[in-house]
Design a protein around this ligand. Sequence first.
Ligand SMILES: [Zn+2]
Ligand SMILES: [Zn+2]
Ligand SMILES: [Zn+2]
Length: 244
Amino acid sequence: MIWSSGWLTEPSSKQDTLLTEPKSMQPPPSRQTCAFGEACSSREGGKEQGPDLCPWCKNICLFDLYKLADDLGPPYTGPVRRLVDAHRNHLERDFIERLNKPWPLPCAIKDPSMRDMPWRRNFNPEDDKPCSHVVHRGQLCQRCYAKAQEQGCEWLVKEFDGDRYGFPCVFEDARLRRPQDLAWRRGPGEDADWEKDPRRGHAPCGRRPRRYQLCQKCYTRMNEMRGFGRFFDETHGILRRQYR
Ligand SMILES: [Zn+2]
Ligand SMILES: [Zn+2]
Ligand SMILES: [Zn+2]
């Protein structure tokens, strides 16, 4: 079975390890000028030509930024593409550094592993402020979450659980702790390792792109046990409709 986003299989919470945030030493970029000049979409007529991308444009997805740079034409395209490259490299470095330290993480729109996902390519917060930081990987910052709701984004309803991309494993889903959920949680009762139990050494659950789905770790543990197909779809580990 192939999962498209590897990180979804990893536990993604940093809630327990947050310390203080590092102080940024860079001055905030100017809001008056933008490397895109008149083509900057932050306001009617754009901005005065400047040496860097403005904060509004830094919230735009990379795919669109490269396209905007190409649309400028020579002699602007080359230098502006290099600014977009620098912006992309900065996002990647910042993300990796924060992942490896007990710091809050960048917003999902700044997550390099999400940059080519359709939801990201379709979303522009249309705002002059930078993102704030978040606790969970794949979480939208407050501003982006509010803007996505305001814009009525369909992807927010389909692909996000509140402000977080993806969904919890069925064993971790707080909505699936009703009395009737005991049936699938315990399964046929033939294998003690069926139900996820950290005391039995089961790894922490990851997240999934779909609701009602087992995480990769639970799927791997369970999918060859007898009776699996009665409760879960065998290929994707999705809880059968009658148990939801
Ligand atoms: Zn701009
Ligand atoms: Zn954000
Ligand atoms: Zn799981």
